[in-house]
Design a protein around this ligand. Structure first.
Ligand code: NDP
Length: 285
């Protein structure tokens, strides 16, 4: 039987519709939620991400403040912009689009954002809270992955999950979230001698490696749920994920496509985090 294709487009649409209602409630109570996005330099992929975030804000009724700075902006200038946004009571969320130019220290910039405005969930305070199970801003891509699985009826408790990739923004936090939901989780990385031996045992496979068609059908157990996080371009410039989608359609139980899977969820969760920050700031609900 062909795998169910999990539509991030549809699920993210529902999330954004809910966010829109909550943003309306914030506005009726006091003011619209506001998200400040800082873009330093002219990385084309970053520019596309920022544009898409702006569009999502517009749809949801979130006020979007964009700060586009030239690539040679001194680090202190970005830090002082963050300081002023931290102090601004009308700004709920702040994010600095990564990657930053080489002369900037990404950790220093990320850590300068106030944890209660850190809607990307990258600040060490929020990372720590995620690991200790406290309320926090969850990082958007991992949160989006869990939401996709939940909304598709994929149960996690008692299941074996394999996460391929251990980055701080995807692999590690998604593993922590799966663990918090009582899955038995194994994390693979470039030093794992036999990744396929791990993924073949898993009921849920999350692949976040950044290599086109890395996860082949022979690496997956029949009926497993596959979440493809990768964003790659093939030789013809076509967007591809990390999984061999066509081959896995006949093997997996459920699979997320690229595009239209995890990508739209990442932005939807950013919108959700921004409204959550606003409700907290307004002490609303
Ligand atoms: P990173 O490059 O930071 O991490 C890649 C991970 O894959 C590393 O942990 C690396 O291991 C591991 N890896 C590389 N080669 C292998 C291998 N042969 N076997 C096992 N593990 C391997 O990438 P990100 O986590 O930031 O992103 C992963 C992909 O997801 C990218 O394509 C990115 O564009 C995409 N992405 C998509 C998002 C979305 O919204 N859809 C959001 C964020 C990312 P090691 O640690 O040992 O080097």
């Amino acid at each position: 039987m062909a795998a169910t294709v999990i539509s991030g487009k549809e699920i993210s649409g529902r999330v954004k519709d809910r966010v829109k209602k909550e943003a309306e409630a914030c506005l009726a109570f006091s003011r619209a939620p506001a998200l400040a996005v800082i873009l330093v330099g002219d990385d084309p992929a970053s520019a596309v991400y920022v544009k898409n975030k702006g569009k999502a804000c517009e749809y949801c009724g979130i006020r979007s403040l964009e700060y586009r700075l030239p690539a040679d902006t001194p680090e202190e200038e970005v830090l002082s912009l963050i300081d002023s946004l931290n102090a601004d009571d009308t700004v709920d969320g702040i994010l600095c689009q990564l990657p930053l130019p080489a002369h900037m220290d990404e950790k220093k910039i990320t850590n300068a954002i106030s944890p209660d405005k850190d809607v990307d969930g990258f600040h060490p305070v929020n990372v720590g809270r995620l690991y200790t199970g406290e309320d926090c801003f969850l990082p958007c891509t991992p949160a989006g992955i869990l939401r996709l699985l939940d909304e598709s009826g994929v149960s996690l408790a008692g299941k074996r999950a394999a996460v391929v990739g251990r980055s701080n923004i995807v692999g590690k936090p998604v593993a922590a979230l799966l663990l918090s939901r009582n899955a038995t989780v194994t994390v693979c990385h470039s030093g794992t001698p036999d990744v396929a031996a791990v993924t073949r045992e898993a009921d849920i496979v999350v692949v976040a490696v950044g290599k086109s068609k890395f996860l082949t059908a022979d690496m997956v157990k029949p009926g497993a749920a596959v979440v493809d996080v990768g964003i790659n371009r093939d030789k013809d410039g076509k967007l591809t994920g990390d999984a061999d989608f066509e081959a896995l359609l006949d093997k997996a139980g459920a699979i997320t496509p690229v595009p239209g899977g995890v990508g739209p969820m990442t932005i939807a969760m950013l919108m959700e985090n921004t409204v959550k920050a606003c409700k907290r700031h307004l002490r609303l609900g």
